[in-house]
Design a binder for this molecule. Sequence first.
Ligand SMILES: Cc1ncc(COP(=O)(O)O)c(C=O)c1O
Length: 402
Amino acid sequence: MKKRAIPFSSPRLGRKEFRAVHRVLKSGWLTTGGENRLFEEEFAGHTGAAHALSVNSATSALHLILEALEVGVNDWVITTPYTFTASSEVLRYLGAHPLFVDIDETGNIDPREIEKVLKENEKSSQPKSIKAILPVHLAGLACDMNRIMEISRQYSLPVVEDCAHAFPVQYPLESEGKEKYLGTIGAGGAFSFYANKTITTGEGGMVTVNREDLKKRISLMRLHGIDRDVWNRYSSSAGHLSWQYDIKAPGFKYNLTNFQAAIGRIQLKKAVSMKKDRTEQALRYNEAFKGIPGLETPPVGDDHAWHIYMLRLNLNELSLGRDEFIKELYDRGINCSVHYRPLHMMSYYRDTYSFQNKDYPRSRELYERTLSLPLYSGLKKRDQSRVIKAVIETAERFGSKT
Ligand SMILES: Cc1ncc(COP(=O)(O)O)c(C=O)c1O
């Protein structure tokens, strides 16, 4: 009998989420409302951000932060090609460009490469207008924020943290001598609550900012540039003048619904315990794969959201490639994924910026030998054991190049 398939990812939803949605639907207030206010307050409380603003995705969160930082036409933002397209496409929305720099051995953007391009740019006869640095905390592992923030201060460049994978993660920030949540270190943080993320509202996201001016601009732009948010616009406190509003800018339609915010509030309460589950699973994988020729475990760091578990293959020790490895697991009912085919190898970026596959060699090298294994709160121990067994048996069966 064929074994039941193990999904790559699965959300952890319980009775409380169902009840919360039911309650909000019954209230009749579906669009942005009181639940959003509470979700934002609670998210800010959890992370220590001065302000949290709920939005409908991390993509819109990134777009709003960059817009508020006045990144515009023909500006450049330093970022990593080793990410999902959202991190870069938002620059194109604004007419700006990604200035890719390669990753280091962790898979995150390499601060030495950031410095290198900034130095080269200073010396150039036609310097680029570089406006920000956009690190992505890949898989939930923090970038070298101590070094990145030093560079940010040296070159007066704001940092926008892509935290789509990285909630909740703390980081020892040397300049302040304390632990801070990722997303509260740079000028702004963008979080994702997409279906497979560490907490989910189906689709959804959050902006975190400390600066008041950024909060004001993002609040305005997330809903059409209307000078009052939708909750104020329709709430009874606005009385008979609730229909009155002004348009201050051509904004976007990026707000999150009331019932999604209600789900988010429950998920937020479970964030730490779900992270504990994923951490235990990741460490179990690491322990099981340690010392097996052909397998290389991912870096653990001081703290880690473990949104994804990216196993690395030592292709020199194996007689099959990464895609065939995935096929072997798939045939045994184990669904895997790959994070990521680097952006410079995607046709849009390749054609727009004349990249070649051999550019950013560390990104390409990691891509060619990495696969993501099932990892989520709710993954049963016996299912994880099946994954471990299948991975080890595959590595052993194809364990010699000859
Ligand atoms: C690194 C990264 N940044 C941004 C995003 C965009 O998130 P969302 O789907 O919430 O827009 C994703 C989505 O998977 C992501 O992986």
